[in-house]
Design a protein around this ligand. Structure first.
Ligand code: BG6
Length: 481
């Protein structure tokens, strides 16, 4: 399959950190045909050779196992090309079109890894110069908009030039192997389905915790905050995968229709429920792994009086027959004690305990990172006097061990899906807009509330109000249980 992959933002942070390393892995795994071209687009004048040299330099920052050997790099570099473009100049789009037409590849993927405020203009120009034929797909990186209105404006511009089938909105969490496994767990096994409902499940917790602070991204982050950066997209996408009804087929639209229904069933927030069910926090200086780290307000490019949240915990419900009354707790933050992302499905207690000692309810832990696995926590008889005294024990499945040769990173998977036109793991515009619609009352209530985010010490699990939120119903966050 001959393809052209055009990377707008080809000298940006995302290209260095994620896209080029992922493309190289795909190449190493034999998934990138040698007759493909990767055309990086950016503003500065550069030759192909200079761009290749730059990429070689940047690969030094990639983790060692993922770095190319000199021979591998030589072969990979053969795919890399560079095209200078000023994204506001129609002539430059015509020049790009000429580059692409000269080869007439059967697949053209235009990856917009630029600042999102350029999306509208780029899509208009692409449409105008005819770079939107049926062989073309456009990939849009997050953040897709800043609120519902701006997301709609981007979608309008995208729709004016491309069909929904041609527009691929990235949420890189959907490319994580654990998310594939969540679908497999639910719809490839009959075991859990009868339990996957309010009768058996007491609550569900989604934690996306990061140890890092905002680093050098203070200017972006301060305009964004944790709700827009992590909840509106990553956390809600995971929630939809957990709560959706079984789709009738594995087609992208069958899946996305079900995900959309979940988003539409989320209990809408009001100013009162925001005050009660949403906690926002901002990190102060603290200690992480023995190192003293600065508070958010001391970070580069962050205003000293910022009210931006770096932590969110919230409670919601999916208002339908399957889930009525089951709390879904979402939590995410920067400068938390560890980098871990997991989903915990807490089952109900046994209805009538007959064994001595404290009984613990079963739980299923779906681990997204740092490892990728499943744990099923059970009670078991322990010791000589079995049956007398139960102890918690877990069945522990590590996917890296189960499938050692087959692990594929999130961006690698999503890039290959984009080239192959597999849409399952991309977000449809209606899902994305519905997710924005759901978070808008929270943003509005916060803007109107003179009390800003609650402080928490870096290295803690967020403000105490987060534990209090979940304790209200007699539950605890997983790391505290
Ligand atoms: C990005 C956010 O979408 O996801 C970042 O913009 C965040 O702020 C990142 O650090 C987390 O991704 P991952 O894959 O490292 O959990």
């Amino acid at each position: 399959m001959a393809f052209d992959l055009v990377l707008f933002g080809g000298t940006g942070d995302l290209a260095w950190r994620k896209l080029m390393p992922a493309l190289f892995q795909a190449f190493r795994h034999g998934k990138l045909p040698a007759d493909g071209r990767i055309i990086a687009v950016a503003r500065d004048a550069r030759t192909d050779a200079q761009y290749r040299a730059l990429i070689r330099e940047k690969f030094a920052d990639v983790e060692e196992a993922k770095q190319p050997s000199p021979e591998e790099f030589e072969r990979f570099a053969g795919l890399l090309h560079y095209q200078r473009m000023d994204l506001s100049r129609p002539e430059d789009y015509l020049a790009l079109k000429a580059t692409l037409d000269a080869r007439a590849a059967n697949t053209v993927v235009l990856y917009l890894a630029t600042s999102p405020h350029l999306f509208t203009g780029i899509c208009e120009q692409l449409g105008r110069c005819g770079l939107n034929g049926p062989q073309v797909r456009v990939v849009l990186e997050k953040p897709l908009g800043h609120d519902l209105q701006s997301a709609r404006a981007i979608n309008r511009a995208v729709r004016a030039a491309f069909s929904e089938q041609q527009a691929l909105r990235i949420d890189h969490y959907l490319g994580k192997p654990a998310v594939q496994n969540l679908m497999a767990l639910r719809f490839g096994n009959a075991l859990f389905e009868p339990l996957w409902r309010r009768e058996s499940i007491a609550n569900i917790q989604i934690t996306l915790a990061e140890r890092i602070g905002v680093g050098t991204r203070g200017d972006y982050y301060d305009q964004t905050g944790a709700l827009r950066d992590m909840v509106q997209n990553h956390a809600l996408q995971l929630l939809t995968m957990l709560a959706m009804e079984p789709p009738s087929t594995s087609d992208a639209d069958a899946i996305r229709d079900e995900k959309l229904k979940v988003l539409k069933s989320l209990r809408p927030f009001t100013p009162e429920t925001v005050a009660r069910d949403v906690v926002r926090g901002q990190y102060r200086a603290g200690v992480i792994e023995g190192q003293r780290v600065a508070g958010y307000l001391e970070e580069q490019k962050v205003p000293a009086d910022s009210r931006c949240e770096t932590f969110v915990a919230l409670r919601t419900e999916v208002q339908n027959w399957r889930w009525a009354g089951v709390p879904f707790y979402l939590r995410t933050g920067k400068r938390l004690p560890s980098r871990e992302a997991h989903i915990v499905v807490n089952f109900r207690e046994v209805p009538h305990p007959i064994f001595a000692g404290a009984s613990r309810a079963n739980k299923l832990v779906i681990k997204l990172q740092p490892e990728d696995g499943l744990e099923l926590h059970l009670m078991a008889a322990q010791g000589a006097r079995s049956g007398d005294q139960l102890a918690p024990v877990k069945l522990d499945l590590d996917f890296d061990k189960a499938f050692p040769a087959e692990r594929v990173g999130a961006y690698e998977r999503l890039l290959m899906d984009a080239l192959a036109g597999r849409l399952n793991l991309f977000v449809r515009s209606d899902e994305q807009e519905q997710a924005w619609a759901w978070v808008m009352p929270v943003l509005q209530a916060w803007a109107a509330d003179p009390a800003g985010p609650r402080p928490y010490a870096a290295g803690s699990w967020g403000p105490p109000a987060s534990s209090a939120l979940i304790a209200r119903e007699g539950f605890v966050w997983d790391e505290e249980s």
